[in-house]
Design a protein around this ligand. Structure first.
Ligand SMILES: [Zn+2]
Length: 380
């Protein structure tokens, strides 16, 4: 007999609808049902609302740890726990462009960390990007994808359910994209100057995602719609968005959210660094200093270097500052990223889904988080 637990809240969002005064029934780490409170009188009362756990496809660090600087399995545990405190229950641990040695160590440690609560898979952002669109990535480490790189990535994928590679069209061929996609790797276009037509050719080859839409790519011109135009106009592509109030202007966020062609949609990412859940004021990446001030992370020259937010901050931003309905904001941070990876049993609380959820307060904060039905942090 599998353990059965029941959690009661004033309201529960299942990813589609709200259930007032309801109980979430969990069995074997999965959602069994959501029933009226009267049907489960012994349920554990939780504060406020129960909502699906957030899914962050771009997380470089947290809890004072940056994965590039500490590419260990223990670091993954620290990072996942730091984000869980803020309602994020699934994390794609992300490595920013680094040396082949650090990349290999990171992949090996991630293999050892599979099963860590909250770890969904890995995201390798670079090193195969466009130099012209390097952003905070170390230009000395950006390079073309070799056949050996391709083989290493495909071999690595066998250890993970989910793996994203952010690549630029300048350093990765459509044949390579085809091979990566065939191996089950999610290919995301980013840090690239590629044209609209090139982006579509890469989508034909199997790319299904665009990394932090608007940032580190060509913008939409009237006769040169660029990667931004392709991301919004081609329904095969899903696009991540950093909604921290700094990376993308509110008007651009609104236009993207209104204008995206489906079925591919927009999802929110944090692009969080080590600062999350810590009082760090600066740290290093590839030997360069990154400064934290006023909600931003920058290199000495002012280049944005990741974001100083967790995913719930982005959710709160699109709800409170852009005026999106709470349900839409929640979906952008849970259902949409799950769908972007082709995951059907996360990002909602319908029967059969992973019992990943958190208590949401009226001011959009997390007050207790559960992963697979087990309490990870906080709460009553
Ligand atoms: Zn980036």
């Amino acid at each position: 007999m599998m353990d059965k637990t029941a959690f009661r809240a004033a309201r529960i969002f299942d990813g589609t609808d709200w259930h007032d005064d309801a109980v979430l029934l969990v069995q074997g780490g999965r959602v069994a049902a959501i029933v009226p409170a009267a049907k489960a009188p012994d349920a554990r009362p939780l504060p406020e609302a129960i909502v699906p756990g957030l899914i962050d496809l771009q997380v470089n660090g947290g809890g004072g740890v940056l994965w590039n600087n500490d590419p260990s399995a223990a670091a993954i545990g620290t990072i996942c726990k730091a984000h869980a405190a803020f309602g994020t229950t699934s994390v794609m641990i992300t490595l920013i462009t680094d040396t082949p040695d650090t990349t290999a160590r990171a992949i090996a440690s991630a293999q050892a960390a599979v099963g860590t609560p909250g770890m969904l898979g890995i995201h390798l952002e670079g090193p195969h990007l466009s130099l012209a669109r390097k952003g905070t990535h170390d230009p000395a480490l950006i390079r073309k994808m070799t056949h050996a790189d391709q083989a290493n990535l495909i071999a690595a994928k066998t250890h993970f359910d989910h793996m994203i590679c952010t690549v630029g069209a300048e350093t990765v061929s459509t044949d390579q994209v085809q091979a990566l996609a065939a191996a089950g790797i999610t290919v995301s276009l980013g840090h690239t100057d590629c044209s609209y037509d090139t982006a579509l050719a890469y989508a034909d080859a199997g790319a299904t995602m665009v990394t932090h839409l608007f940032n580190a790519m060509g913008q939409m011109q009237h006769r040169a719609p660029g990667l931004v135009g392709a991301a919004l106009d081609d329904g095969r592509l899903w696009a991540g968005l950093i909604a921290d109030g700094y990376h993308v202007a509110d008007a651009a966020l609104r236009v993207a959210l209104r204008g995206k062609a489906g079925p591919g949609g927009i999802f929110l990412v944090s692009d969080a660094m080590s600062t999350i859940g810590s009082d760090l004021t600066e740290f290093t990446l590839n030997g360069r200093q990154i400064f934290r001030a006023e909600g931003r992370l920058t290199l000495a020259d002012g280049t944005l270097a990741g974001a100083d937010i967790v995913l719930i901050d982005a959710l709160r931003y699109v709800h409170q500052s852009l005026g999106l309905p709470l349900e839409t904001a929640l979906q952008l941070a849970s259902t949409a990223p799950a769908q972007a990876l082709g995951i059907s049993d996360r990002g909602h609380l319908h029967p059969g889904a992973h019992a990943d959820f958190f208590c949401l307060t009226p001011d959009i904060r997390a007050a207790g988080t559960w992963i697979g039905g087990q309490q990870i942090t906080g709460g009553a």
